[in-house]
Design a protein around this ligand. Structure first.
Ligand SMILES: Nc1ncnc2c1ncn2[C@@H]1O[C@H](COP(=O)(O)OP(=O)(O)OP(=O)(O)O)[C@@H](O)[C@H]1O
Ligand SMILES: [Mg+2]
Length: 182
């Protein structure tokens, strides 16, 4: 990829939802260019399509959504037209989600350490428990958690809201992605 090319290049993206009243266009003709190391804020009133846009980039649109037109090119790969294997190697690995709502993004029945290790195992092939603990500890510390040892042993409901949010935020960079969507 050339240095000047955007990391993420969205052109004329239109996404609709099939509803009982017909097709509701939630994202209309959106263009978005994001360079590497660049942060872009998408701002709009409630219902203007921000989440729909983020979900389209991440490939996690709900079943009644349809992409009506346009393209989402990441690192030179057209995500809407790439085959399943190519998409799986990018989505959740090179593009990651930093969830807005920690209480719905952490699994309530798994301790923090176990849910992070599960991701590390599947996304980065880390199977060694000790290595996994070290990575998780480091990620939690980098998000500002001063006692990661304690946090790792706890369940989400045992954490204060701030700790829960920070734990959930450190879930985003776990794969060292090239792009985040919040
Ligand atoms: N699964 C769905 N089926 C039908 N319509 C939907 C669905 N999801 C979202 N919508 C509609 O699509 C439009 C865009 O919704 P979206 O959630 O993307 O907006 P948003 O900008 O993220 O809003 P907010 O700021 O409230 O999070 C809204 O009119 C919403 O009601
Ligand atoms: Mg939203």
């Amino acid at each position: 990829m050339e240095g000047n090319e955007p990391l993420l290049n969205i052109e004329s993206l239109t996404v609709g939802y099939l509803t009982e009243e017909g097709i509701l266009k939630a994202v209309k003709d959106v263009d978005l260019y994001v360079k590497s190391s660049e942060g872009v804020c998408v701002v709009g009133e409630s219902g203007s399509g921000k989440t729909t846009l983020a979900n389209a980039i991440l490939g996690i649109l709900p079943p009644n959504a349809i992409v009506l037109g346009g393209s989402i090119v990441f690192g030179g790969i057209d995500l809407l037209r790439a085959d399943h294997r190519l998409r799986a190697s990018i989505l959740g690995i090179k593009i990651s989600l930093v969830p807005q709502n920690p209480s719905s993004s952490l699994n309530p029945i798994l301790r923090i350490e176990d849910q992070f290790c599960e991701i590390l195992k599947h996304r980065r092939g880390v199977r060694d428990k000790r290595q996994c603990r070290e990575i998780v500890e480091d990620l939690l510390r980098k998000t500002g958690i001063r006692d990661p040892d304690r946090v790792m042993r706890q369940y989400p409901h045992q954490l204060s809201w701030w700790y829960e949010a920070e734990s959930s935020n450190s879930n985003g960079p776990i794969n060292f992605p090239q792009a985040y969507s919040c």
